[in-house]
Design a protein around this ligand. Structure first.
Ligand code: CTP
Ligand code: MG
Length: 227
């Protein structure tokens, strides 16, 4: 394949506080990681690099093998680092030689539909240096000074960034090699190297499972029963 996806799954899930690393929390019979990978294996074939919590590589490989089926040769599992950025860097080191485009995806966005992947890859093939799926911001956002509101931000000028974010391989590798500080996401790392970032429509179901409420929402979405 010409495309690889780095699935970062090495976080501990502090805010979810489920007693196990977030990627291994169950939605139904299957974990967050397994659901995330199921969606990825419905997209066109890609090299799939799963970045697992150190010591949990075997569990990640089990989930990946089950989700991959006949595509299991596409899967590599590596251990992550102490920050998301370090985990992405670990994933970059496992890219195959012929890969031209790299997507970086949060395992915690377990229900991301395959067409978001299609849109990101399409924008890369059209020449983008960086692609971010975005959603409009629905809440009114206020600028604060301590506990006092000092302004309302025009939400038509805001959007919420999702993953998978996609980049030409050389651009992403060079930006990571140059990144001296922590950035909020991969597009910010690449933008800091001076590249323009384009957007494609995201999807409401690509929300990140961060809190207990998010977990309940994801569980309801995969439940076959009325609720
Ligand atoms: N991630 C990672 N390595 C880290 C930290 C985060 O691979 N050192 C991954 C997570 O596994 C997740 C994605 O980055 O899929 C987005 O991070 P987040 O939702 O913040 O997950 P956690 O860091 O695990 O959660 P928390 O911040 O609540 O601890
Ligand atoms: Mg985190």
């Amino acid at each position: 394949p010409r495309v690889a996806v780095i699935v970062v799954a090495a976080g501990s899930g502090t805010r979810l506080d489920a007693g196990v690393p977030k990627a291994f929390v169950g939605l139904d019979d299957h974990t967050i990681l397994r659901h995330c990978l199921r969606g990825i294996f419905e997209a066109p074939p890609m090299q799939v690099i799963v970045v697992a919590p150190s010591g949990r590589e075997g569990d990640a490989l089990t989930d990946a093998d089950e989700a991959a089926g006949e595509r299991r040769d596409l899967v590599t599992v590596v251990a992550g680092g102490s920050t998301r950025q370090a985990s992405v860097a670990a994933g970059l080191s496992a890219l195959w030689g012929d890969i031209e485009y790299v997507l970086v995806h949060d395992a915690a966005r377990a229900l991301t539909p395959p067409d978001v992947f299609d849109r990101v890859i399409g924008a890369l093939e059209a020449g983008a240096a960086g692609v971010v799926p975005v959603m409009p911001v629905v809440d009114t956002i206020r600028q604060m000074d301590g506990e006092t509101i000092v302004g309302v931000v025009d939400r038509s000028r805001l959007s919420a960034a999702q993953t998978p974010q996609g980049f030409p391989r050389g651009i992403l590798e060079a930006a990571y090699a140059a990144a001296g500080e922590e950035f909020t996401d991969d597009a910010a790392v690449v933008a800091a190297s001076g590249h323009a970032i384009t957007t494609v429509p995201g999807d409401a179901t690509a929300f990140k499972i961060t809190t207990r409420a998010d977990l309940e929402r994801a569980r309801a979405l995969v439940s076959p029963l009325p609720h």
